[in-house]
Design a protein around this ligand. Structure first.
Ligand code: FES
Length: 116
């Protein structure tokens, strides 16, 4: 079992998909209890979950480009660290929420961070 743990308040884990439903490297959007989350698998195989909506405007970050642990918004080019949710530069200035991911076997679980 591989687990990515972050020091955030979370609710129970929800099974979202299997690993083979994710791109080998890249992002895919998922609806988790009505919240749209970008599931992102990096070149190292780690899976991260962040809110899919850019904090600058209402567009989907999972449609952007992944570069290492950075997801670039396709509309204006702000780049978000998928480990922290923090944008590296304008126009976005507000972090996006980061959620906790747990992998069990081939199943991807996410615990939503309800603080953000
Ligand atoms: S909408 Fe994402 S940076 Fe503007």
């Amino acid at each position: 079992m591989t687990e990515t743990t972050r020091s955030q308040s979370t609710d129970a884990f929800v099974r979202v998909c299997s690993l083979d439903e994710l791109p080998t490297v890249g992002a895919a959007a998922a609806d988790i209890n009505g919240r749209i989350v970008a599931l992102v698998r990096t070149e190292t195989g780690d899976v991260h979950a962040v809110d899919d909506t850019c904090s600058h405007a209402n567009v989907s970050l999972s449609e952007g480009e992944l570069d290492g642990c950075t997801l670039e918004c396709w509309l204006h080019g702000s780049r978000f660290d998928i480990r922290t949710g923090i944008p590296s530069g304008p126009p976005a200035t507000v972090p996006i929420a980061v959620h906790t991911v747990k992998i069990e076997g081939d199943d991807v679980y996410v615990a939503l961070n309800q603080k953000d």
